[in-house]
Design a protein around this ligand. Structure first.
Ligand SMILES: NC(=O)c1ccc[n+]([C@@H]2O[C@H](COP(=O)([O-])OP(=O)(O)OC[C@H]3O[C@@H](n4cnc5c(N)ncnc54)[C@H](O)[C@@H]3O)[C@@H](O)[C@H]2O)c1
Length: 379
């Protein structure tokens, strides 16, 4: 792993970003309200790489400087995902104005942030960040003065429609609203809102305060500039956004997960291996490579000198044979859930669930640090 001596850092992330993107440094607020300009996403990669030599913290307060002039972020819905986004945004130095109709959500969110903070501090959380959380059960009060909104309400289309209408009425027209929705396309709920062109998908992976991926997609009424600006904003604050060229049910990564779930469930039902061994087959095999490279570059490596072409021409016919043999479940049967549950329970007889969660996040953070310190990886 590359660990060069840490050079002095006279250049702020803003300057490096400005240099890479062609934008003047320090005028983020001056650009506020203007139509977002498209800049190549790899400008961010260049800026972030240049500014993140080995061993640097992943999270840095100066990343708060962004072309949208975002200082206050509205978080709507403080369940599993909203609480985690809140922790992330606070760690990045933003003020967070959170809302949830459940009055218990405030204490729960503050506790979540407290628990996540030691890990976030190890990742370089902004000092004092935890104090910048305001909570109200009143949506209009909470959204007062926000510059960006991350929506995390329940995954129900009727609720999303009403919620987006209410959010849109509570904020300035320039403010982008990103939905964490796991499966409902933005097109299905943006129509009832004023200025639907600034409503966009910003689908994170759980837990968003640790995992970098955010899938960004516009709906039918979303401005392409807003999609681009949202991609750049997430990249700017340390996320790893991918831009979808068009909406697709389940987006990208959940479809991939669904395909894998279908097959492990099939293998389990066929009694090919235990739950634990099926999990090990992923976590100690392809999953380790997937944490570093995706399917295509891993296949390219697997093809040796001939790259991905050789890989597919050589092993493709065998793979076609496996495809023809794959499980094709369309329903999750009650007995399959029982099989999975019993297999998981067997592992949990020996290992504490909360300890597993904490260890998983801790190892994830170490992987992120290791990746940030390795400048030869392509993405
Ligand atoms: N859980 C995941 O792994 C995951 C991952 C990525 C995205 N998502 C998406 O994130 C969103 C939230 O999922 P979750 O798992 O956090 O759900 P959750 O049930 O844990 O949280 C939903 C929260 O929304 C609140 N809520 C209900 N009505 C509301 C309203 N009118 N205004 C504001 N808040 C309201 C609830 O009180 C609750 O706290 C969903 O769209 C989901 O698809 C979930």
């Amino acid at each position: 792993m590359k660990q060069p001596p840490r050079p002095p850092r006279p250049q702020s992330a803003t300057r490096a970003f400005a240099r890479a993107s062609g934008a003047p440094a320090g005028d983020a607020t001056a650009r506020r309200g203007q139509a977002p300009r498209f800049e190549r996403p790899d400008a961010f990669a260049a800026a972030r790489r240049e500014d993140s030599p080995g061993g640097e913290p992943i999270i840095r307060e100066d990343e708060m400087d962004n072309e949208l002039g975002v200082k206050k972020i509205g978080v709507v819905g403080c369940g599993v995902i909203g609480m985690s986004w809140t922790a992330y945004f606070l760690a990045k130095g933003f003020s967070v104005r959170a809302t949830d109709p459940n009055p218990a959500a405030e204490a729960r969110t503050r506790e979540y942030v407290d628990n996540a903070w030691p890990l976030l501090e190890r990742m370089g959380a902004a000092p004092g960040g935890k104090d910048r959380l305001f909570f109200s059960t009143d949506l209009i009060e909470a959204m007062d003065g926000v510059d960006f909104v991350q929506e995390n309400g329940p995954e129900r289309i009727d609720l999303k429609r009403t919620l987006f209408r209410d959010i849109a009425n509570a904020i300035e027209p320039r403010v982008i609203v990103a939905s964490s929705s796991s499966g409902i396309p933005v097109s299905d709920f943006q129509g009832a809102s004023v200025h639907p062109e600034r409503i966009v998908l910003g689908h994170p992976f759980n837990p968003p305060h640790v995992l970098p991926l955010v899938e960004v997609a516009g709906g039918k009424l979303t401005s392409p500039d807003v999609v681009d600006a949202t991609v750049r904003f997430y990249a700017r604050i340390g996320k790893k956004p991918v831009r979808m060229n068009r909406e697709m049910k389940g987006h990208i990564a959940n479809r991939i997960q669904a395909a894998v779930m279908r097959e492990v469930l099939y293998l389990l039902a066929q009694d090919v291996a235990s739950v634990e061994d099926l999990d090990i087959a992923i976590a100690h095999g392809p999953g380790m490579r997937w944490a570093i490279l995706g399917q295509f570059l891993n296949a390219d490596q697997g093809g040796g000198e001939g790259g991905i072409r050789h890989m597919m021409e050589h092993l493709g016919p065998a793979m076609e044979g496996w495809w023809a043999d794959l499980g094709r479940n369309e329903h999750i049967a009650a007995e399959d859930i029982g099989l999975m549950e019993r297999g998981v329970a067997k592992i949990l007889e020996r290992h504490d669930r909360a300890a597993i969660a904490s260890a998983r996040d801790s190892v994830l953070a170490q992987i992120l640090q290791a990746k940030a310190a390795e400048d030869r990886l392509p993405y």
